[in-house]
Design a binder for this molecule. Structure first.
Ligand SMILES: [Zn+2]
Length: 407
């Protein structure tokens, strides 16, 4: 490190180093859930703890039948037939509901700790919050009736906007025009069921972290920035393996970068300001970029996936549109990296469908910024879909693993 330029400080490890031992219990459950079935040795290696510590932690959970341990034959394809003791969650009788309130469509799903999806349903989001929540409430009732032999533990709700500090209310969702909606009051079926409301980009970050943990051999996705670009732009922050929501009165506000001004006096935004990032770099903004903000002359604005299709067919106008999106996205991402000090970025949402056209101009824009002088920054594509309902379910299960098990 001594011969490195002044900017090459190790942003990631400083924060990761603050993870304390008490929180490793939670990380352990998260790792088992993401990578089940998994051996005790692999857990120990990936969390950098002793195997005896793993055993100490999992024993009571096996006794309570939350976890189970069984012998699995490994490497049988190579004819070696090695046996290993592996841990996984029992799929016993606890389950969780996720509700993603989207700008265009909403999804409802149910899952258990072993990751089995019990149900998935979706509906077009009515413009009125009360009407939307009434549909969600009815679906929740139906799920509860159909799973009478199981226990519903937590309902996770993801929303495209700001939540209050207690994660009970949606304070403001600019793209829906909803303000001050008491989600818990509308959806809680009984006092025994906890309802948690989370910003959708934060929820997507939780989902993306689990997906990446599953497919990686080391690391726990300790620090990254998730940029979710669809109808708007949301940013989720994972710092020290936990999502960051802000502190004090600002709790629930961290990550609202979609409305940072990127063009002075630019296009008017639903939030009341002008020139917001999401007017230039969201998947939805591609349509107006493609149309060139001219009167349409009977030409209807294409959807994002249609623009990607045109670009794939070699249409220059569509390619230029996606390159412009990449440029604006890169400018904003460089600002976010500078502000937060985390150099790893994952892109999620339907923008990912156009990744092959967006990636190069996006990275060029970052290289031009001061972040480009840092070593080790990265921007990668995450999941184009699945993070909406997946994120809401993640919110519910994470809440239970962190607070509901009563150690
Ligand atoms: Zn705005």
């Amino acid at each position: 490190m001594n011969d490195s330029p002044v900017f090459q400080t190790n942003l990631t490890d400083n924060i990761a180093g603050t993870i304390n031992v008490a929180r490793k219990g939670n990380l352990l459950l998260r790792l088992i859930r993401a990578s089940q079935p998994i051996t005790r040795s692999e857990i120990a290696a990936r969390l950098s703890i002793d195997k005896s510590t793993v055993t100490e932690n999992v024993k009571p959970l096996i006794a309570r039948r939350i976890l189970r341990e069984e012998t699995l034959e490994t490497d049988s394809s190579k004819g070696q037939g090695r046996k290993a003791r592996v841990l996984s969650f029992t799929d016993a009788h606890d389950y969780f509901i996720g509700v993603n309130l989207g700008v265009r469509r909403s999804q409802i799903g149910a899952t258990n700790l072993s990751g089995e999806i019990l149900l998935e349903d979706d509906f077009e989001t009515p413009p009125d919050a009360k009407e939307t929540l009434a549909i969600a409430r009815e679906t929740i009732k139906k799920i509860i009736a159909e799973n009478a032999e199981r226990t519903l533990r937590v309902i996770g709700v993801s929303v495209p906007g700001l939540t209050d500090a207690e994660r009970r209310k949606l304070l403001f969702a600019p793209n829906l025009g909803w303000r001050d909606v008491d989600i818990v009051k509308a959806l809680q079926p009984s006092d025994a069921v906890n309802v948690v409301v989370e910003n959708d980009a934060t929820a997507a970050a939780m989902y993306e972290a689990r997906m990446k943990i599953r497919h990686s051999n080391d690391g726990l996705m300790s620090n990254f920035i998730l940029v979710r670009s669809g109808t708007g732009i949301g940013v989720g922050l994972v710092i020290g393996s936990e999502v960051y929501r802000g502190t004090g009165l600002g709790r629930g506000i961290a990550g609202e970068f979609g409305h940072m001004t990127i063009v002075a006096g630019g296009k008017p935004c639903v939030c009341g300001n002008r020139g917001c990032w999401e007017k230039y770099a969201s998947a939805a903004s591609a349509a107006s970029l493609y149309m060139g903000d001219r009167p349409s002359r009977g030409e209807s604005a294409p959807r994002f996936v249609e623009i990607v299709g045109k670009a794939e067919n070699g249409e220059i106008r569509a390619r230029k549109t996606l390159e412009k999106i990449g440029d604006y996205l890169g400018i904003g991402i460089a600002n976010v990296i500078m502000g937060i000090g985390i150099p790893r970025v994952i892109i999620s949402g339907r923008l990912v469908y156009g990744w092959k056209f967006i990636e190069a101009p996006l990275k060029e824009a970052i290289e031009k910024s001061i972040v480009g002088k840092l070593e080790g920054w990265s921007v990668e594509a995450g999941e184009p879909e699945g993070a909406a309902i997946g994120g809401a379910l993640e919110v519910a299960v994470e809440e239970y693993l962190a607070h509901g098990l009563n150690f």
